[in-house]
Design a protein. Structure first.
Ligand SMILES: [Zn+2]
Length: 69
């Protein structure tokens, strides 16, 4: 469902959404053991912090990523 365009300074330039999500930057590896599943390691995918619009998935401009608190 498309939200109405928002005029906030850091709204998405593509669709106007004001919600961003981070790109996944790691995944967890689990090992099956006698007692269950045990976390073995957290493997990095992407070292760089990236923001994507939650609505349209476009990458946020670098300037937006720099002001993310
Ligand atoms: Zn967007």
């Amino acid at each position: 469902m498309k939200k109405p365009a928002n005029s906030a300074k850091y709204a998405c330039p593509h669709c106007g959404s004001v919600e961003y999500i981070t790109a996944p930057n790691s995944y967890d590896v689990y090992l099956a053991t006698a007692g269950g599943l045990q976390l073995q390691e957290r493997a990095p995918i992407n070292e760089k912090f990236q923001l994507h619009c939650r609505e349209c998935s476009e990458r946020a401009p670098a300037a937006f990523e720099n002001v993310a608190g």
